[in-house]
Design a protein around this ligand. Structure first.
Ligand code: IPE
Ligand code: IPE
Ligand code: MG
Ligand code: MG
Ligand code: MG
Length: 300
C-alpha cells in the first residue's frame, strides 16, 4: 500500500464515521433542544476520527465487516468528544479553541458544556446497549465492557486525575507513561480491541493487537505533547503552547524536545515489531503500518 492508497482508505474510514456520527446523536425536538445542539456542535466539528478509523481498520484486517462495529466506533468517538469538552473546561485545561472552533463552554456556557459531555457519554452507552439487545450476542457485550473499563476510573478518567495531580510537579518517566497509557492509551486500545471482541478472536493475534494498541496510544500522546510546542494553534485547531503555560507533565517538559522525538521513534519501532508478528501470522497489516507512520509524522 502506497501513501496515496493509504490516504484514500483513511479518508474512506473517516467519511464512514462522519456519516454515521451525524445520526448517532439526533437533534431533540423539545424545549431542552439546546443539549442536542451542544452535543452535535462538538461531535460534528471535524476531529481526525482516528479512533473510529482504527476500529474499522482492525475490522477489515480480521475480516469483520465494519458495519458490525459501526455503533461502537461512533460510541468511542462520542466518548472521546465528551472527554475533550470536559478537558477544555476552565476547571481542567481551560481551553478556548477545539477542533478549530470555540470550545463548548465558550459558546454554550459551562453548565451546558458540562451537560453536553454527560449527554454524549450517556448516548454512547444508550446506542451500544440498543445494539447489544438487537444482536443478542456476548461479543458485543464484551466490547462494551472493554470500552467502559477503558473510559472509567482505571482508564481515561484515572489518567485525567493523575494529569491534574501532576501539574507543577516533577514526576518520573514511568509515572508519565502511566498517565499517558491511562488518559489517552486506554480509549485507543478499546478502539482496536472492540472488533476483536466482537469477532470473538482469541490467541496470539489478540495479544499482538493489544500490545500494538498500547504502543500506538503512547505514540499518540507523545506526539500530542510534541505538537503542543512545535505546531501552531491554526494547524492544531486547539491552543498551542498550553502545556507549558499550565506546567503540565509531558514528554517535552520531562525530557526536552529532542529526546521526546527520540523516544517517539523508539516507540514507533515497537509498534512496527508488533505488526511484523501479525504479518507472520498471515494478517494483512499494510494499512496499520502506514497508519503507524502517519501517527509518527502527523502535523495536527
Ligand atoms: C486529542 O485527541 C486529545 C488526546 C487524547 C491527545 P485527538 O488529537 O484525536 O483530537 P481530535 O479528535 O482529532 O479533535
Ligand atoms: C487529553 O489530553 C486527554 C483526554 C482524555 C481528553 P490533553 O489535555 O493533552 O489533550 P489536548 O492537548 O487538550 O487535546
Ligand atoms: Mg488535559
Ligand atoms: Mg487539554
Ligand atoms: Mg495535549
Amino acid at each position: 500500500m502506497n501513501k496515496i492508497q493509504f490516504k484514500q482508505k483513511l479518508d474512506e474510514y473517516r467519511l464512514m464515521a462522519e456519516r454515521n456520527l451525524y445520526s448517532a446523536y439526533p437533534l431533540i425536538d423539545d424545549e431542552y433542544r439546546i443539549i442536542s445542539e451542544a452535543a452535535r456542535y462538538s461531535l460534528l466539528a471535524g476531529g481526525k476520527r482516528i479512533r473510529p478509523a482504527l476500529c474499522f481498520a482492525v475490522s477489515d484486517m480480521i475480516c469483520l465487516s465494519p458495519s458490525n462495529v459501526m455503533v461502537f466506533a461512533c460510541a468511542i468517538e462520542m466518548i472521546h468528544t465528551y472527554s475533550l469538552i470536559h478537558d477544555d473546561l476552565p476547571c481542567i485545561d481551560n481551553d478556548d479553541i477545539r477542533r478549530g472552533k470555540k470550545t463548548s463552554h465558550k459558546v454554550f456556557g459551562e453548565a451546558i458544556a458540562l451537560l453536553a459531555g454527560d449527554a454524549l457519554l450517556n448516548k454512547a452507552y444508550e446506542n451500544m446497549m440498543t445494539e447489544c439487545l438487537y444482536k443478542s450476542d456476548c461479543g458485543y457485550l464484551a466490547a462494551m465492557k472493554y470500552l467502559s473499563d477503558a473510559a472509567g476510573d482505571h482508564g481515561m478518567i484515572g489518567g485525567q486525575v493523575l494529569d491534574l495531580l501532576s501539574e507543577k510537579k516533577e514526576i518520573s518517566l514511568e509515572q508519565l507513561q502511566k498517565i499517558h497509557a491511562m488518559k489517552t492509551g486506554a480509549i485507543i486500545r478499546a478502539a482496536i480491541m472492540m472488533p476483536v471482541l466482537i469477532a470473538k478472536i482469541e490467541g496470539p493475534i489478540y495479544d499482538a493487537l493489544e500490545s500494538y494498541a498500547s504502543v500506538i496510544g503512547m505514540i499518540f500522546q507523545i506526539q500530542d505533547d510534541i505538537l503542543d510546542v512545535t505546531a501552531s494553534s491554526e494547524a492544531l485547531g486547539k491552543t498551542a503552547g498550553k502545556d507549558k503555560k499550565y506546567n503540565k507533565a509531558t514528554y517535552v517538559s520531562l525530557l526536552g524536545l529532542e529526546e521526546a522525538g527520540i523516544q517517539l521513534k523508539k516507540t514507533g519501532n515497537r509498534a512496527l515489531i508488533e505488526l511484523k508478528k501479525m504479518d507472520l501470522m498471515g494478517y494483512p497489516v499494510d494499512f496499520l503500518q502506514e497508519l503507524t507512520y502517519y501517527l509518527l509524522e502527523r502535523k495536527n
